[in-house]
Design a protein around this ligand. Structure first.
Ligand code: C2E
Ligand code: CA
Ligand code: CA
Length: 548
């Protein structure tokens, strides 16, 4: 309802804008005729009603400026002059000087109001210019969406574009800020030339353009847009290229006004294009799943508050005694709409944001609570948690987790921290510092997914490691794949040389288990021994399986 009132109002405004002069001119003429009728019917010019004539003259001046207002003032003055008696009943006519003086006053009022309105309009145009354009490039900015709506209504199949420049830094370094503005202006003109005349195009920020066309004639091709960037730009005497990513989206609209929110999806497509090293991406084709991920990410905090996360624990067992020696905490998300979501679907996304701190805190807290339960039950067992490298960048991480441990009166030696190999490879002095500090406090450090990451082994000696977990990719098929077998064998030797214990993860059958034993592997983890166990059942599982 609100929407349709808004649309109706918008349409009315557009109509008046389009027929501004004839609309106000005819309205003023009708008004002066009505005033004439009013004055005549109330007895003639002798009575007070003739002053009503100021209204149409003022309106005309304000709406149409000096010249139209002067014309209207003259017509009004003449109508209320020779054509209007002093007293209708007697028919007595006015003296020339009377009506002519009134006419001059009308002309003065029309002229002054028109002049004032022209000054006002000029000021408004300057302010609007500043409001709707960038100071540096003088190109239309995001506010120009509003001015576009004053003259256009969008309907039918429309194409929305987001064009994001990827090499702003190198252009600025080469030709300076002013040179970069020149490039933006040239690019703007190129896009404008490519799109139909009535297309909307604006520079949204220093690297982004938005464009929209609802013109059906235009057959749109991403390749053509791509070609816009093939040309060399010459700034000063320096040649340069603009590297951009383009997201586009087709949307069918019905008598809608353009809104900034209509471009957000093509922004997502453009960022997707950048991430995947593509020039242009159609939102519909490729991005929908990415935006699902975004939704998942957006719902993370609420899901945490609503208790949608829980832990499962998977035992690691000693290959000699075949007893569980440690439980690894693995997170699960019971999504209120999508059901169970496994960590592979969300962890990497969460790790790219600060949300990983909240997740790791949750896992550590929950695991410490479980350890307390174990202790109360007289069970002595270790636990391990997966730590993201981003946690290590948090300067408070070490203090924070030490605090949690002391609050729960649990010794750090009871918990192993698992960090993924390729994450450790990211050169990080800070990360190394935190890991060393944690190790000094008594935590065991385990390197996860060993073998999956980079081939350089130099980092192994840089960290103080206790355990190496060979990635399950090599273990799953090692019973049948000679290469995997050799890799696992070599990894075990290497780990032992570095005084580390070795866990083989992904042990699914007895043959693998036996092979690992002959290779002197210390521990194993896998579905053959136990699948991850729900946190509520882990104590019962432990009691039933310990000593078997
Ligand atoms: P990960 O740390 O390497 O954990 C081992 C994964 O292998 C687990 O998958 C486990 O269920 C699976 N697995 C164990 N044994 C077998 C087997 O015999 N065969 C097969 N096919 N798979 C086996 P899950 O629970 O889906 O976790 C996947 C990854 O998500 C984990 O890999 C870890 O990198 C990450 N993750 C899980 N929980 C957390 C967490 O709390 N924090 C962080 N930062 N990452 C987590
Ligand atoms: Ca792990
Ligand atoms: Ca692993």
């Amino acid at each position: 309802m609100e929407k349709s009132a808004k649309t109706m109002f918008g349409e009315m405004k557009r109509w008046i804008n389009k027929y501004h002069t004839p609309f106000y001119l005819s309205a003023c003429i009708i008004m002066i005729l009505l005033v004439y009728v009013l004055v005549y019917n109330t007895g003639g010019i002798k009575y007070v009603y003739s002053h009503t004539m100021y209204i149409p003259i003022l309106i005309c001046g304000l709406a149409l400026g000096r010249y139209w207002a002067l014309l209207i003032a003259v017509i009004a003055g003449v109508l209320l002059g020779p054509f209007m008696p002093i007293e209708v009943t007697t028919g007595e006519s006015q003296a020339f000087i009377n009506w002519f003086y009134r006419l001059l006053i009308f002309v003065l009022i029309g002229g002054l109001s028109g002049f004032a309105s022209e000054i006002n309009k000029a000021n408004k145009a300057t302010i609007t210019g500043l409001l709707y354009h960038h100071m540096d490039t003088e190109l239309p900015n995001i506010n120009s969406v509003k001015s576009f709506n004053e003259t256009h209504v969008v309907s039918g199949e429309c194409v929305f574009l987001s064009i994001i420049i990827a090499n702003e830094d190198s252009i600025v370094t080469t030709v300076g800020m002013n040179g970069y503005y020149e490039v933006l202006q040239t690019l703007y003109m190129k896009i404008k030339d490519y799109l139909p005349d009535d297309a909307f195009i604006a520079q949204i920020d220093s690297v982004k353009f938005w464009a929209m066309t609802g013109n059906k004639e235009k057959r749109f091709s991403g390749q053509e847009l791509d070609d816009l960037f093939d040309d060399k730009y010459i700034v000063g005497s320096r040649p340069l290229y603009v590297d951009a990513n383009i997201g586009f989206l087709r949307k069918t609209l019905k008598n809608a006004e353009l809104e900034a929110s209509m471009f957000y999806e093509c922004d997502i497509a453009a960022y997707y294009a950048r991430k995947h090293h593509l020039t242009y991406v159609d939102y519909q084709d490729t991005v929908e799943h990415e935006s699902k991920d975004m939704q998942l990410l957006a719902g993370f905090t609420e899901a945490m508050d609503n208790g949608e996360f829980y832990l499962v624990y998977q035992p690691v067992f000693d290959l000699e005694s075949m007893q569980p020696i440690l439980f690894e905490a693995l997170i699960r998300w019971e999504h209120h709409k999508r059901g169970l979501i496994m960590p592979d679907k969300f962890i990497s996304m969460i790790e790219e944001t600060q949300l990983i701190h909240r997740l790791t805190d949750f896992v550590i807290k929950r695991t410490l609570a479980k350890l307390t339960e174990f202790r109360v039950g007289g069970m002595s067992v270790k636990m391990s948690v997966n730590i993201s490298v981003r946690n290590l960048y948090d300067p408070n991480f070490c203090d924070k987790i030490l605090h949690m441990f002391s609050e729960n009166k649990i010794d750090p030696s009871k918990v192993e921290l698992e960090i993924t190999e390729n994450l450790m490879m990211e050169d990080s002095q800070k990360g190394k510092k935190v890991l060393t500090a944690l190790s000094d406090e008594g935590f065991s450090i385990s390197i996860d997914d060993f073998g999956k990451g980079y081939s350089s082994l130099a980092y192994l000696s840089r960290y103080r490691l206790n355990t190496i977990k060979i990635d399950k990719e090599f273990v799953l098929n090692m019973a049948y794949d000679k290469t995997d077998q050799n890799i696992v064998k070599a990894a075990i030797v290497l780990a032992h040389e570095l005084n580390c214990k070795v866990v083989a993860e992904g042990v699914e059958n007895e043959k693998t288990l036996k092979m690992l034993k002959t290779m002197n592997c210390d521990y194993a983890q896998g579905f053959y021994y136990a699948k991850p166990i729900h946190e509520d059942e882990v104590i019962t599982w432990y009691q039933n399986n310990m000593g078997k």
